[in-house]
Write a new protein. Structure first.
Length: 430
């Protein structure tokens, strides 16, 4: 993609309501634009990041044999009244009345809809276990939307639901989804913790939260320095302090802040009993299905990645979800034919090697090119300029480690040599 065609619009101005670094940098880099309180438009740069996150999640869900569907965002009140949540959920539920005075809501979650689907389509234990998932826009009418897309009213979420004959069957699927979530966050490259958590308004018997470690995280996490023990501090009446003996006896307590990006639940029979979702078991008896629920905040992951990895210059994207892998900063591109021809040729070669590349073809100062590249957070940069003409070499820069390498072109200034391309690909692949 050429910068002049990319739709990227950066700004030096920080909005007054931006309290945390991810909100500031997402606005400044042109990833999102605010429409109203808690409502954001995802611009081309930000949408590329969202799609990368979606792809990682979708790959792991499919690997877990989950079936992708897409349910309506607007849901009839009858199902929510049937489950008992129409009044219980509270003012976060955006209620809508259509022209016939029928009540609906804009779904904050989809337990009722999926249970209705299951009770109509599943009638035997032989059809179980089964997992459905979707990636879809949700709406929760937050009393105080803040932190940009971190706590927006409208957001993108992956929600999955599983159905089982019994608790034993649920436990097996729960473990599969637990590992699938870990795979998602490992592929993205997060430092994260899995903690025991409260079930909240979803309900159920057991749940785990997946938290990205970040200074601006809303949750305080209590964990052991020598075991897998980890728990949300809100579950303690009197949380332990850093350095105390760990509650599980494994070592000392460590405390960090986290951003919740995933939450999995053992729902049990809460919804199947309320909505009469039954099957015939092996003994040909009618029983209520046991359920599991598994959510990931897709749009929140983008903000969490920025919170975990940034510096005074801007974003530092993990390679896995970066909008582009490499940017070419071509100094003199619009004024020097040698630089332009070589740059164009290198750009084409990188694209032919399936490298997502952004070519800065703007007629602006080198300083602005560098600052925009660092703000946007693209992992690698190729810098072509005066030294290329004088010494037949160009620079390759690693954004994360602030490391610069020189690549020699062996007196060739017409098109990239195989050696130069090999050097770039080797540096990209580590």
């Amino acid at each position: 993609m050429r910068y002049t065609k990319s739709g990227i619009t950066t700004t030096k101005n920080t909005p007054k309501d931006a309290e945390i670094i991810s909100h500031k940098l997402m606005i400044r880099s042109g990833m999102v634009k605010k429409l109203a309180s808690g409502l954001y438009t995802w611009m081309p740069l930000g949408l590329k990041v969202l799609k990368k996150i979606e792809n990682i999640i979708r790959e792991e869900m499919n690997r877990a044999d989950a079936l992708e569907i897409l349910m309506p965002a607007v849901q009839p009140s009858e199902l929510w009244k049937e489950s008992g949540r129409w009044d219980k959920y509270g003012p976060e539920l955006l209620r809508i009345t259509d022209r016939h005075e029928r009540e609906f809501c804009f779904g904050p979650t989809h337990e009722e809809i999926i249970t209705d689907i299951a009770r109509k389509d599943i009638n035997s234990y032989k059809q179980l276990p089964i997992i459905y998932y979707q990636i879809q826009t949700k709406f929760r009418d937050e009393i105080r939307p803040r932190f940009g897309v971190m706590r927006a009213r409208e957001f993108l979420m992956k929600d999955a639901y599983s159905f089982h004959e019994n608790e034993e069957c649920l436990n097996k699927t729960y473990k599969i989804m637990f590992e699938a979530y870990k795979n998602c966050f490992n592929k993205i490259g997060f430092e994260y913790k899995v903690v025991n958590a409260d079930n909240g308004q979803i309900g159920g018997s057991e749940s785990h939260e997946f938290h990205v470690i970040a200074d601006n995280g809303e949750d305080e996490l209590i964990f052991s320095d020598s075991s897998d023990y980890a728990i949300n501090a809100e579950l303690f009446t009197r949380p332990p302090k850093e350095g105390d003996a760990c509650p599980d006896g494994s070592g000392k307590v460590k405390i960090k802040r986290g951003i919740e990006v995933g939450h999995i639940f053992k729902l049990g029979k809460n919804y199947s009993e309320a909505m009469n979702a039954s099957i015939s078991n092996k003994e040909n008896k009618n029983i209520k299905m046991t359920m599991g629920c598994y959510g990931i905040g897709v749009s929140r992951i983008a903000a969490a990645a920025i919170e975990q990895s940034n510096d005074e210059k801007g974003i530092i994207w993990p390679k896995s979800i970066a909008p582009y892998l490499i940017t070419i900063i071509s100094i003199g591109y619009t004024k020097n034919d040698i630089v332009k021809n070589y740059t164009d040729s290198l750009y084409e070669e990188l694209e032919n090697n399936n490298i997502e590349v952004l070519l800065d073809d703007r007629d602006i100062s080198p300083g602005n090119m560098f600052s925009d590249s660092e703000l946007i957070g693209i992992p690698y940069s190729v810098i072509i300029g005066k030294q290329f003409i004088e010494n037949n070499n160009f620079e390759f820069k690693d954004r994360k480690f602030d490391k610069t390498s020189t690549i020699n072109e062996n007196n060739n200034t017409e098109k990239p040599t195989k050696e130069a391309l090999k050097s770039i690909l080797k540096l990209i692949n580590g």
